[in-house]
Design a protein around this ligand. Structure first.
Ligand SMILES: C[S@@+](CC[C@H](N)C(=O)[O-])C[C@H]1O[C@@H](n2cnc3c(N)ncnc32)[C@H](O)[C@@H]1O
Length: 256
């Protein structure tokens, strides 16, 4: 799978997430314990599963699955993220964190399950990202993907993704729920389950931990101007703060 390494993009991701690791691991949307508990429940893994946390970041997802009795291998491009993940789970040898790419040939399965949260919208080639996880699973293994989605309407999605890219230079695309489900089916995954959730971002908190390519007031006025998108709806609160109502999915599939 070495041909699917996108070295420049991987370098940009590592630099971006090295820089935002400290704020990322405190961000309300990432740390929300109830959302993590729902993710663990929806994953519905057999006890003591060996799980790959693909793009594990600071280990928040790994921690939740570890606490549910699973064993974890976490992999992430960012050295800073991996250091934080190791600190978060330092008391146990049931987890290993590796700095590198999910496409590294040194990463070998078989795993009982692969999970990724908030990684798909950073990858250049979503089908290959899914296929790589399927490759690393044993037959009967489970893929769980959790990500922020966009609209099935191409105009809304283009507007939404343009804003995301101005706020984060490593953003590739938020996909619609249906496109993500189709990615699962096209990867040969079976018995697909999907659930959608609403969550909110505080514009300032979200923007301030990004890696923007445009000034904050410009991005804010684009959101205010609309047209809005399913999965990204701005609302100005009475104190003047901008809140964004977003949608995410958790998708689960089984390798035949
Ligand atoms: C938004 S963060 C999510 C972190 C974590 N999954 C969570 O939800 O808390 C995305 C992470 O994916 C990592 N990443 C992106 N592409 C990757 C790849 N091909 N291999 C390994 N890590 C990757 C980035 O370095 C970054 O830390």
């Amino acid at each position: 799978m070495a041909e699917h390494h996108h070295i420049d993009h991987d370098d940009a991701l590592a630099a971006a997430f090295d820089g935002q690791a400290a704020r990322f691991e405190r961000a309300p949307v990432q740390t929300d314990p109830e959302a993590l508990a729902r993710l663990v429940r929806f994953a519905d893994l057999a006890p003591d599963s060996l799980l790959l946390d693909a793009g594990c970041g600071p280990g928040l997802v790994s921690r939740a699955f570890l606490d549910s009795g699973h064993r974890i291998v976490g992999v992430d491009l960012s050295r800073e993220m991996i250091e934080r993940a190791r600190l978060r789970c330092s008391e146990t040898d049931r987890v290993t964190f590796l700095q590198g790419s999910i496409f590294d040939s040194t990463l070998v399965g078989p795993f009982d399950a692969c999970i990724s949260r908030y990684v798909l919208h950073h990858v250049i080639d979503p089908p290959t990202f899914l296929l790589r996880q399927v490759e690393l699973l044993r037959p009967g293994g489970i893929v769980v993907l959790n990500d922020h989605t966009s609209s099935p309407d191409p105009h809304q999605a283009a507007w939404h993704n343009a804003i995301e890219t101005l706020r984060d230079r490593t953003h590739t695309a938020n996909l619609s729920p249906g496109v993500i489900v189709d990615l699962f089916a096209a990867s040969g995954l079976d018995l697909i389950r999907v659930v959608e959730e609403v969550f909110t971002l505080d514009f300032d908190e979200w923007f301030d931990r990004g890696t923007p390519t445009a000034p904050k007031p410009q991005v804010r006025s684009l959101i205010d101007a609309g047209p809005r998108s399913r999965g990204f709806v701005g609302r100005t609160l009475s104190g003047g703060r901008l809140q964004i109502e977003c949608r995410r999915v958790i998708v689960r599939g089984v390798k035949p």
